[in-house]
Design a protein around this ligand. Structure first.
Ligand code: MLT
Ligand code: MN
Ligand code: ZN
Length: 294
């Protein structure tokens, strides 16, 4: 299975348009420090599936040689989009893909319901493209190109725009276990909670790419971006009590990389000391525009 990291930032990206914090200012001066919204692409056999359609999606496709169109007109290796949740940073890219004659999207019924009722996505896109949905609710699903996808329920954290929406089910956020040819990737860029099932899902994966929005729980308050802690904002911190690093470091086996870094996260700076602390636990940070062969 081939994996391409398309982006590694939380909502807003690095730099964020309205922010000149240390991390954003440094990224504005040094293009090597820029991070696009968190996303990756996976290929089993034929065709690539993009996991989460970010506001950067078409630039991400363009920046990735494997995802660029075939010779001729309007023939793309991108087979469709798989969604982990209905957050804006993971779905605003869907309208940007409207030039496709048809667009396949795999998501839970809850996520589909939120996008239809909250963002009117089906109605808005209908005049542009033939949107077809694959539901991820019932066990392992086989996608075109030989990929098997299984949604592991994570939390019922709703996007803010969906606070009062009436939608089916409560699979608001899932981790995706993508398998092909006996190899597997676990992608979990939104971890408001750590259900017991995730331990096995991480342990069994060849590579796990996890929510690393905030380094520690107090980071959002300390940096002044929020009055809430990381946990209260729906993102378990990496470090400290209740952090995910200690938990995953204790699970033997998988190659673990953090993604969805907020622009306040010291890990967004590749030279930050926190990288050494993470490496000492056998963990790392996903780098922009990298290839992983599993
Ligand atoms: C999140 O990850 O919590 C959301 O994407 C926040 C947002 O709306 O930007
Ligand atoms: Mn997000
Ligand atoms: Zn900033």
């Amino acid at each position: 299975m081939r994996v391409r990291i398309l982006g590694t930032a939380a909502g807003g990206g690095v730099p964020q348009w309205n922010c000149a914090c240390g991390g954003c200012a440094a990224a504005r001066d040094d293009p090597a420090r820029r991070r696009r919204h968190a996303s990756l692409a996976v290929q089993g056999g034929a065709g690539w599936w993009v996991v989460n359609a970010t506001p950067d999606v078409t630039e991400q496709i363009e920046a990735t040689a494997d995802l660029r169109p075939y010779a001729g007109t309007r023939r793309s290796p991108v087979a469709g989009v798989i969604l982990t949740d209905a957050e804006l940073d993971h779905t605003l890219g869907l309208p940007r893909l409207r030039e496709a004659a048809s667009l396949r999207v795999a998501a839970t019924r809850t996520v589909r319901g939120a996008l239809s009722a909250g963002l009117r996505l089906d109605a808005v896109l209908a005049p542009y493209t033939d949107l077809t949905w694959t539901e991820l609710d019932d066990g392992q699903v086989r996608l075109d190109g030989g990929l098997e996808v299984q949604a592991v329920p994570v939390s019922a954290k709703r996007p803010r725009y969906a606070a009062d929406l009436d939608v089916p089910g409560d699979s608001w956020v899932v981790a995706l276990r993508v398998t092909s040819g006996g190899r597997s990737l676990l992608y979990a860029p939104c971890l408001a909670a750590w259900p017991a099932e995730l331990d096995a899902a991480v342990r069994d994966a060849d590579c796990a790419v996890l929510d690393g929005t905030f380094w520690d729980d107090d980071e959002p308050r300390r940096t002044g971006i929020s009055r809430r802690t990381a946990t209260e904002m729906g993102h378990l911190p990496i470090n400290g009590p209740g952090g995910t690093a200690g938990r995953v470091a204790a699970l033997s086996g998988p190659h673990v990389l953090y993604t969805h870094l907020n622009n306040t996260n010291p890990l967004a700076d590749r030279d930050g000391d926190e990288h050494q602390a993470l490496a000492a636990m056998g963990l790392g940070v996903a780098a922009e525009r990298t290839a992983i062969e599993l």
